[in-house]
Design a protein around this ligand. Structure first.
Ligand code: IPE
Ligand code: IPE
Ligand code: MG
Length: 250
């Protein structure tokens, strides 16, 4: 069941064929640990299950015509988790990025990463680079995998790069505007997310796309990520299509 999704007088949800799809969807893939705990399993098995769901939902988004999908896989704050959990996540990233090399080929998905790659092992960084290289000329959906991503970190990095360009005389400080900031984020050149979905029922953004989500529609869903199915995505899209986006206008 989606929270804050439906207005009291909302009409029955339109079918997917009748709705305007968001161009860019963000998903905070949350709730793996709780899913495992509920079953008396170690948290890492929740992550394994969540990784399967990531694959299914990614393929589905591409199939229905989403142009950009950004999934939050690992935050700059997630390093503070116990060593064995972080280790299990790194192991999963490795196997999924190996599979992703062919996995997303049939769907023509372009794979990119947002976040600070330098935090990962050389082996993982190479797999990330290989995925970027192998998929860069594809024409389908752009998949941004947010790994070692934190939006504050992203903004700090942008400010540093902008300052450097000013110092080198490449940029005039007086000409800095919102577009300049957008152009220095990991998502440079991509549209801002129209819809961000957070499963697991938490009402917070947890350092995800702070700048880019200024006018994003949020849908919080009560399902834990490993329980998330394509029907839940449909529901989020239907809720989104009933929202009235005003961008500060009337
Ligand atoms: C999301 O699930 C995955 C990562 C943050 C890597 P969690 O591991 O945060 O699961 P919960 O929120 O503790 O249930
Ligand atoms: C956000 O979830 C990060 C990812 C899903 C990768 P967290 O589980 O880390 O966020 P908090 O701690 O609940 O805010
Ligand atoms: Mg969590």
């Amino acid at each position: 069941m989606a929270l804050f999704g439906k207005k009291k007088d909302a009409l029955p949800a339109p079918s997917l064929e009748d709705i305007v799809l968001p161009v860019h969807v963000g998903i905070i893939m949350d709730g793996n640990g709780r899913w495992a705990k509920k079953r008396g399993l170690p948290r890492k098995l929740g992550h394994r299950e969540g990784a399967q769901v990531f694959r299914t939902i990614t393929r589905y988004c591409s199939k229905i015509g989403i142009k950009y999908l950004t999934v939050y896989a690992f935050s700059t704050e997630n390093w503070k988790r116990p060593e064995d959990e972080v280790g299990a996540l790194m192991g999963l990233f490795k196997s999924y990025l190996q599979e992703a090399l062919d996995d997303f080929q049939d769907d023509d998905i372009v794979v990119r990463f947002i976040g600070d790659k330098s935090g990962f092992s050389p082996e993982l960084q190479k797999l990330m680079d290989d995925n970027i290289e192998i998929s860069k000329d594809r024409k389908g959906m752009v998949l941004n995998i947010a790994m070692n991503y934190g939006s504050r970190d992203e903004i700090v990095r942008a400010v540093k790069n902008i300052s450097e360009e000013v110092r080198e005389g490449k940029l005039d400080a007086g000409s800095i505007d919102a577009q300049t900031i957008s152009d220095h984020l990991y998502t440079a050149g991509q549209p801002d997310p129209d819809l961000i979905i957070r499963p697991s029922g938490e009402y917070r953004i947890s350092n995800f796309m702070l700048w880019q989500s200024a006018y994003t529609e949020f849908v919080i869903m009560n399902k834990l990520w490993p329980d998330f199915r394509t029907a839940d995505l449909d529901e989020a899209l239907q809720i989104y299509s009933q929202r009235n986006r005003r961008y500060g206008g009337v």
